[in-house]
Write a protein that binds this ligand. Sequence first.
Ligand code: ATP
Ligand code: MG
Length: 421
Amino acid sequence: MSQTIKAIRGMQDLMPERKRYYRKVEDAARSIFSQYGFQEVGLPILESTPLFKRLVGEATDIVEKEMYTFDDRNGDSMTLRPEGTAGLVRFVNEHGLAFNQTQKLWYAGPMFRYERPQKGRYRQFEQIGVECIGLPGPDVDAELLLMCRALWQALGIEQSVRLELNSIGDVSSRRAFIDALVAYLSEHVDALDEDSRRRLETNPLRILDSKSAQTQALLKEGPKLEAYLDADSANHFEALCAILDAAQMPYEINRQIVRGLDYYNRTVFEWITDDLGAQGTVCGGGRYDALVGQLGGRDASGVGFAMGVDRLALMLEQRSDQDDPPHVYAISVGESARTQVLLLAEQLRHRLGARVIVHLGAGKLKAQMKKADASGAPLALIVAEDELAAGEVSLRDLRNTGDQQRIKATELVEAVAGLIS
Ligand code: ATP
Ligand code: MG
């Protein structure tokens, strides 16, 4: 007995009516990023496993339990990329792009994490990532955030996302804070949730992310990261906030944001929406000044972010943001008209750039007109055998008057141009 084969759990099939929102996000990103001087690069989906272990960090959620890792036929350990920054940093190092130059790059594509699938959380998901290499100042952080705002505006969602910002300081200040945090929490282990107890050993900073109310209450009384910020990091953060203020960019300083990956320092941020329930973070990023050097390259600072395209697409979909309807729905009556309608539609597309849907597969006039109405097109082109014999076709107004006029087929392009402009 044959068994049906289905898609793998957490890997989505995207119907056209959903895929179009993904395209919308990517098109808007492409156009906004070029306004800011960013260039797109292509990166492999498969990388060697040590890249992520070293750069993302052994004790992070991603490396501990979310990676799709396997040995290839040669016995080398490979991982489907769970995020884009590690690969981008490898790319920059491998091609010597951090040496005495700056880079403003972006990439888009699928990422893979073995997580519990739910709305807005999948095992294969799309990210668009942006990274700046070789620029240490707060002006870069600020411009990235301005660019995000421009993108939200282009997508019409700027009222539905908010910016939360923090500085986690440099490595030394973070280490001092972590020591204090561990010392404090070790005295209250019994009050910690199970995850946090484990993290106390592996990745104490992540305890700040804990969802447990009891753990959060405990943290409130504990040491504060901001008290351990080194002076340079504090100045950097202050300068960043000053630029955002000057740009009238609303933000909230959230001292709990630490981000899940090891490589961040100084600025970290998240853009959050209330539209998607628990999966509310649509974009996250920050500074990673040690990462390029860590891979064996010269030291070069870095800062970037990644957005979850699935979540942004869901936001657009929930607004039932309609795709642009066709300008013309073209139908035909009679055998000889079936070729002509295709040729006339070609003229409209090529000469006017119009969106034209041709009713394929013929059918009764009434049924075809029904489809034309449902298409949202303002105009129907009717190509009928008997009219065609006289060199004529009909145009029907579907929106307002419902009027139908007969015109010469040779004047169609001109007539439509006047009606859809
Ligand atoms: P979360 O806290 O939601 O798990 P994260 O901190 O793990 O997010 P990042 O590694 O910062 O996420 O990735 C950047 C963005 O990619 C997230 O803000 C989110 O929009 C998106 N993202 C991350 N994991 C998934 C997933 N499994 N499915 C869909 N989108 C995701
Ligand atoms: Mg996650």
